[in-house]
Write a protein that binds this ligand. Structure first.
Ligand SMILES: Cc1cc2nc3c(=O)[nH]c(=O)nc-3n(C[C@H](O)[C@H](O)[C@H](O)COP(=O)(O)OP(=O)(O)OC[C@H]3O[C@@H](n4cnc5c(N)ncnc54)[C@H](O)[C@@H]3O)c2cc1C
Ligand code: FES
Length: 281
């Protein structure tokens, strides 16, 4: 059981939670994730460690409420407990030696990108952050990215904040103007990461995608999180979650991400019934 020390809503569907987890807080590095269950009979879901406070013994997660498991987690209140939390899992993002990096986040992918941008900033790298959202009401973590970036670009699909369009537009413009990065780190919807990879490919810039396939055990046993990278099968939980974006088969990953749509829809409907009465009103 892990206590919820703090809960805060960042936008209508994104929640930040601080959880008591001293052992994970001591070990977690940027790019790693945890697998948690809100309820004992609930689904196991992977969420990135968005931050940790080693002295307080807590880790922060930032999650979007998209279906049954995240609804059950969101139904918990500050001071209550989640069933369990394992981690840190996955490999930390390789940040050593990078001097100039673009960190590209789409939607809740910004929560996964933030610890990487922070770590790069701490190591003295010049970070260019490019953040994309559907509209102004969904913008999250802008101040946190500004604090650790040399410059920050913001786009919205509908133009209600920042530049109208998607993250590939400012990124493509910078590259076309001759800007070069040691690496581009991208995290967000699969389609976004696919197009970031296509934007950087002509320039031969190392591009890392943080992949988020469905995971169950998180230890390389079930094979659920498999991806094809450079023609070979890789498990995101133990070989990733970061991969060379120019070598990932994104079309296959997109097809696989849709396999459970029917089950997810039913779980969402069940999840709605799990919400507290007062929250349904
Ligand atoms: C390494 C990793 C790190 C992640 N970090 C974050 C994060 O920091 N914040 C965040 O909001 N989301 C993160 N995700 C995605 C998050 O795990 C899913 O949104 C969550 O599992 C959805 O569960 P659900 O039951 O609420 O939704 P569902 O309705 O079941 O699913 C909605 C969508 O979430 C994805 N999903 C469902 N179950 C899983 C699962 N077991 N594993 C992975 N994806 C799943 C599917 O793409 C699905 O289409 C991460 C995923 C991975 C693999
Ligand atoms: S989640 Fe089972 S092998 Fe990766």
């Amino acid at each position: 059981m892990n206590k919820i020390l703090k809960k805060e809503r960042l936008n209508p569907t994104v929640v930040r939670m601080e959880l008591e987890a001293p052992l994970i807080a001591r070990k977690a590095l940027a790019g790693q994730f945890v697998i948690l269950r809100a309820e004992e009979r609930g689904e196991r879901i992977p969420l990135t460690v968005a931050g940790q406070d080693r002295s307080a013994g807590s880790v922060t997660i930032i999650f979007q409420v998209v279906g049954g498991a995240t609804m059950a987690l969101d139904a918990k209140r500050e001071g209550e407990y989640i069933a369990d939390l394992v981690g840190p899992l996955g490999n930390p993002t390789e940040v050593e030696g990078l001097k100039k990096v673009a960190v590209v986040g789409g939607g809740v992918g910004c929560a996964i990108a933030l610890p990487v941008a922070r770590r790069l900033g701490e190591l003295g790298a010049a970070v260019t952050s490019v953040l994309g959202f559907r509209s102004a009401s969904l913008v999250i973590l802008e101040r946190e990215f500004s604090d650790c970036s040399a410059r920050c670009f913001l786009t919205t699909d509908d133009g209600s904040r920042g530049e109208r369009g998607n993250v590939c537009m400012p990124l493509g413009r910078l590259l076309a103007a001759g800007e070069r990065f040691d690496a581009v780190f991208a995290v967000g919807p699969l389609i976004m990461m696919k197009y970031v990879a296509e934007t950087t490919r002509p320039y031969g810039i190392r591009t890392i995608a943080s992949m988020n396939p469905i995971m169950i055990d998180g230890t390389g046993m079930c094979g659920c999180c498999r991806l094809t990278v450079d023609g070979k099968t890789r498990f995101a939980c133990v070989d990733g979650p970061d991969f060379d974006a120019h070598l990932v088969d994104f079309d296959e990953a997109i097809r696989r991400s849709r396999i459970y749509e029917g089950f997810e829809q039913r779980a969402r409907e069940r999840g709605c019934r799990l919400l507290r009465k007062e929250e349904r009103r």
